[in-house]
Design a protein around this ligand. Structure first.
Ligand code: PEP
Ligand code: MN
Length: 374
């Protein structure tokens, strides 16, 4: 393009190039103020017939299409909902030079269409409002004594929800896999004793009926964030879903997974950052705190932080929790164990009840600065 300009405009080519370049940019980004949602740039050799065919093909998606003919390019500006458009298919057309999506591919999770924060109600306890949603408990349910004792202590320290894995996604098939359905029975028992709503992970769609019956927040673990069949099934329920970010998922991919659940009709989605894989090996994962302001800008869904899986080291849980609350997280999910040294799973990152109690006092003060409460 630069060379074309040079040939055409001679010594003035650069000024002309910049002029047209900036006009073009201005045109595309004018959508940010609500104009176009997608822009399709055709090749220079696209003739009238090809332009008409492409316009008609795009209109079939229900968008209105404006054709703009520049000196060098023909640009089609789309207005309306472009989330159903298959970009790869359009890009594969010989007459297309580039396609630019200006609107995000997620709709129901998008703050642009839902400016107010979503507040998820779980048996009267809310996540996404002024009060922080604090979920605490062991990585896995191990016994009645263990889960009931931990539930009582985290409740006394101010947690609003009890966590505990019954079905555990372990890297090794030889590691403890969780107490499975017995684990769900024990969680129910701990809920009966304390009144704390329970949060536990689902690994297979076969268990949905049981989870809908007995669980208050269904957790989708990092490893299942893109198990789209599971997400679609959860979309048919009306249970709050705690959707954890995949180990190598982008923020947009996390929001697209939320969109799967929401597209099915279940809008009760809580997002959770639990650390992502990077080149750093000192911590188990790298806690991406920048996801908090990013999600607040892009989406209306609440976002909570899991400092336990992110850091993988118990002494880092408190500083990471404080940072998360200061950055505007809607809550935390923290692994607490009464005997971390003998925990059947994730003992190295679990904090003891007294440590959880002092952490809660510290984050209470930070929450107040942020006009939040515990
Ligand atoms: C968990 O919460 O215990 C868990 C396995 O989390 P993640 O899916 O984030 O690894
Ligand atoms: Mn764990």
């Amino acid at each position: 393009m630069l060379l074309e300009y040079k040939a055409h405009y001679g010594p003035y080519f650069f000024i002309k190039f910049l002029d047209e370049h900036f006009k073009f940019k201005k045109f595309i980004f004018s959508k940010r103020k609500g104009l176009f949602t997608m822009v399709v740039i055709l090749n220079q050799n696209a003739g009238e017939k090809e332009i008409r065919q492409m316009k008609e093909a795009l209109e079939k998606y229900g968008c209105s299409v404006t054709v703009m003919k520049g000196r060098n390019h023909v640009v089609l500006g789309l207005l309306g909902d472009t989330s159903g458009i298959n970009i790869e298919q359009i890009q594969a057309n010989d007459n297309v030079d580039r396609v630019m999506r200006v609107q995000e591919p997620y709709k129901k999770a998008n703050r642009a269409f839902h400016p107010e924060n979503s507040v998820i109600d779980i048996l009267g306890n809310k996540i996404g409002g002024k009060k922080l949603g604090i979920i605490a408990g062991p990585c896995s349910v191990e016994s009645e004594e263990q889960i009931v004792e931990i539930a009582k202590s985290v409740k006394a320290s101010g947690a609003s929800f009890l966590r505990g894995g019954a079905f555990k996604p372990r890297t090794s098939p030889y590691s403890f896999q969780g107490l499975r359905e017995t684990g769900l029975d024990l969680l129910k028992l701990a809920k009966k004793e304390t009144g704390l709503p329970i949060v536990t992970e689902i690994m297979s769609a076969d268990m949905i009926d049981r989870f809908v019956e007995d669980v208050d927040i269904i957790q989708v673990g990092a490893r299942n964030m893109q198990n789209f069949e599971l997400l679609k099934e959860l979309g048919k329920t009306n249970k709050p879903i705690l959707l954890k970010r995949g180990l190598s998922a982008t923020i947009e991919e996390l929001l697209m997974s939320a969109e799967y659940i929401m597209a099915g009709g279940n809008e009760n989605v809580i997002l959770c950052e639990r650390g992502i894989r990077t080149f750093e090996t000192y911590t188990r994962n790298t806690l991406d705190l920048s996801i908090i302001p990013a999600i607040k800008k892009l989406s209306h869904l609440p976002i909570i932080i899991d400092p336990s899986h992110a850091a993988g080291i118990s002494w880092m849980v408190e500083p990471m929790s404080k940072a998360a609350v200061a950055a505007g997280a809607d809550g935390l999910i923290i692994e607490v164990h009464n005997d971390p040294k003998h925990a059947l799973c994730d003992g190295q990152q679990s904090i003891e009840p007294d440590k959880f109690d002092s952490l809660m006092k510290k984050i209470k003060a930070i929450a107040e600065i942020e006009d939040r409460e515990i």
